[in-house]
Design a protein around this ligand. Sequence first.
Ligand code: IMP
Ligand code: MG
Length: 172
Amino acid sequence: MPELVPVFTKDQIQKMVAAVARRISHDYKGRSLVLVGVLNGAFMFLADLVRELSIPAQIDFVRVASYGAGTASSGKINLTKDLELDIQNKDVLVIEDIVDTGLTLSCLIDHLKSFGPRSVRVCALLDKRERRERAVPVDYTCQVVKKGFLVGYGLDYAEDYRSLQEIYHLKL
Ligand code: IMP
Ligand code: MG
């Protein structure tokens, strides 16, 4: 059986989300903010984040499949659900669960820019910075983490563990 080692508690996550929401609310005041959640991993983070914002935001999702059932990025993204909102001249904030190699995000940012938004920035719950292969700007990071595979709070391993309210290190 894989072992789950606790990394962040419910309370720690709630505080990180509230803190980043305050920064976003301040920075995007008076702008046309569109949050673009990256499915499936970011669903829980986005749902908690929007409820902490003190400014209005529109919400859309894209779905990117890159990992299959493994724990390493394949290097190319497969967009299985595209945007539905018109983001032309809007301020887009991509909401990611975790940035690892950066390959997914860099492809996704290029794709979003093709729709003519006013700006595209990134907010990630977790950032595995030391594993970066492609330079991508992560404008808002809740927490920098070391290498290792994390699950819970939306993060999965082969579609399991997403529903956990805490974040764990998965030891296979
Ligand atoms: P990247 O393209 O290597 O940056 O991978 C990014 C995507 O892989 C993230 O959006 C996650 O969905 C997934 N991912 C990366 N690291 C982890 C992890 O530790 N646990 C669960 N999913 C991860
Ligand atoms: Mg993801």
